[in-house]
Design a binder for this molecule. Structure first.
Ligand code: ADP
Ligand code: TRP
Length: 325
């Protein structure tokens, strides 16, 4: 059994934003220097809410292309589309048989999004699919933003229970947090995390043109007062801008604060740092977009390699539960 050091999934439910880039893509690219991380587009997860097939297809290709543009290297990372590796859904079912209804029902994301009679059952069971994603690769660490910690905890609980009942089968994973900008907040509402599904005004998309980024940052909600200091609880808007600046340009948010005497100057610096961060990614994206066939080949090749590794885990799990001798 070879363990995977780190693994990250990206849902193609919208355009990638700065929170995804700093909170998730950066750690993957950094990990590639030391280990061989697993990076995949979680297209099955994008079906837990009402979705449009054409849009799913298009966003899946966009997210995959953008991940490559941002530095995911298919030679150093196992990179593929979740739906092309059926072992994910197979292990999902086996893990459902080791997960309690109450556990799934408790998940904050289900409580937030699961409203009304049209709620898809897959929204309830989605953290179990995420557990399958993680456990399939014998993953040691999962770098996730705060919003996803609870799901990694569930994966730990299910893995531990499965191992206790059926004998040592899975590596028990751990959630790890990137140091800076683990949770980039929405620019127009710093009490909410920046997300694909929130309004565009407060979300900096990686493919936003420079002038759009500048406009959004200049309009960011700040707090009352006029001195710049890093106080995440008392002044979340300013703290968010300092964290974005630190995430893009380096340094610590608290130390950076002392270099500014006005909100305007901080905003200009933050906008400039974001533009400098996304510019090379956008250039590479434009290049890769000229050849979607290349991206598709990279994904197909990744899926083939992923199946070789994950088939072994599924075999172990099937054996442990008594499906095969
Ligand atoms: P979204 O919430 O925008 O739909 P995803 O759920 O696809 O994004 O998340 C992809 C990765 O990006 C996950 O590892 C997630 O923890 C991370 N992430 C998402 N939003 C943020 C954010 N605002 N700040 C930091 N990391 C984030
Ligand atoms: N659920 C994650 C999110 O919304 C995406 C994801 C799916 C994921 N499977 C994963 C992240 C496995 C880490 C590990 O962000």
């Amino acid at each position: 059994m070879t363990t995977t050091a780190t693994l990250t999934g990206f849902q193609p439910t919208g355009h990638l934003h700065l929170g995804n880039l700093l909170g998730a893509v950066r750690p993957v690219v950094a990990a590639q220097r030391r280990t061989r991380p697993v990076t995949f587009v979680a297209d099955l997860h994008a079906m837990t809410m009402p979705h449009d097939p054409g849009e799913l297809r298009q966003l899946t290709l966009e997210v995959a292309t953008l991940l490559l543009a941002a530095g995911v290297d298919p030679d150093r990372s196992l990179f593929y589309l979740q739906s092309q590796v059926p072992e994910h859904t197979e292990l999902h079912y086996l893990l459902e048989c080791a997960t309690r209804y109450g556990e799934a029902h408790r998940m904050i994301q289900f409580k937030e999004r699961g409203r009304g009679r049209s709620t898809r059952l897959s929204l309830l069971t989605y953290p179990v699919l995420m557990a399958a994603d993680i456990l399939l690769h014998d993953t040691a660490e999962v770098p996730v933003g705060d919003d996803q910690r609870q799901h990694v905890e569930l994966a730990r609980d299910v893995a531990t229970r499965f191992n206790t009942h059926y004998g040592q089968t899975f590596v028990v994973p751990r959630a790890v947090k990137p140091e800076v900008a683990a949770r980039v907040m929405d620019l127009s509402d710093p009490s909410a995390k920046m997300s694909k599904s929130r309004g565009a005004a407060g979300t900096l998309f990686v493919l936003d043109p420079p002038e759009v980024i500048e406009r959004k940052v200049m309009r960011a909600v700040t707090d009352s007062g006029d001195t710049v200091s890093y106080e995440p609880d008392a002044r979340p808007g300013v703290a968010n801008l300092l964290e974005i600046l630190a995430g893009c340009a380096g340094g610590s948010p608290a130390a950076l604060a002392s270099g500014f005497t006005s909100y305007g100057a901080l905003k200009r610096a933050a906008a400039e740092a974001v533009v400098a961060t996304v510019r090379p990614v956008q250039a590479r994206f434009t290049e890769l977009s000229r050849d979607p066939g290349y991206v598709r080949r990279v994904l197909a090749d990744g899926a083939e390699r992923a199946r070789e590794v994950t088939a072994d885990t599924v075999h172990r799990a099937r054996k442990a539960v008594g499906l095969i001798a």
